[in-house]
Design a protein around this ligand. Sequence first.
Ligand code: GDP
Length: 191
Amino acid sequence: DRASGRSGGLNPENSAADSKNLRVKLVLLGDSGVGKSCIVLRFVRGQFDPTSKVTVGASFLSQTIALQDSTTVKFEIWDTAGQERYAALAPLYYRGAAVAVIVYDITSSDSFAKAQYWVKELQKHGSPDIILALVGNKADLQEKRKVSVQDGTEYAEKNGMFFIETSAKTADNINELFEEIAKRLPRPTSS
Ligand code: GDP
């Protein structure tokens, strides 16, 4: 069970009173152009604005969400800033990440193949407890679809990943993506 136990990238705030406030490093991976920056901007700012990409790459953006059990989760979201080409940098990037969100574009089979490459890479070199989420983005472009829902679902199931299709453009399933990840985070044992 990948979701159980302590994760390398999960840093519960130290004081006991804060034991329900989690802080997690989340990295985004996937081919250039699949919509990683747009997903982050949609989640953090509620906007779809592809032109503001540059500012996202600077370091990371953070966003806190509250769950129904009154746990809060602060996501520190790292975007590759276009460096997905430099494979040698990747381990530095995902070191210490509790969550990796691997994104493809449902209109691009190549991007789905690339997503599978990243899954293997993280299974080999990521933290053993890392939570992997597979995201098929641009779900609004149904007429151009090349990767079926079934392909995504089956691949994710085989690899013990959470799967969801999103649209950063229409905001479909963007909040749900992060809420589902938050629910899968291991909770620090409260004393
Ligand atoms: P990144 O390189 O993975 O960070 O991709 P970007 O976030 O820069 O997005 C690449 C392009 O895809 C931009 O032109 C966006 O407008 C477009 N895009 C991103 N998400 C969506 C989406 O959900 N639907 C549609 N139709 N286009 C999107």
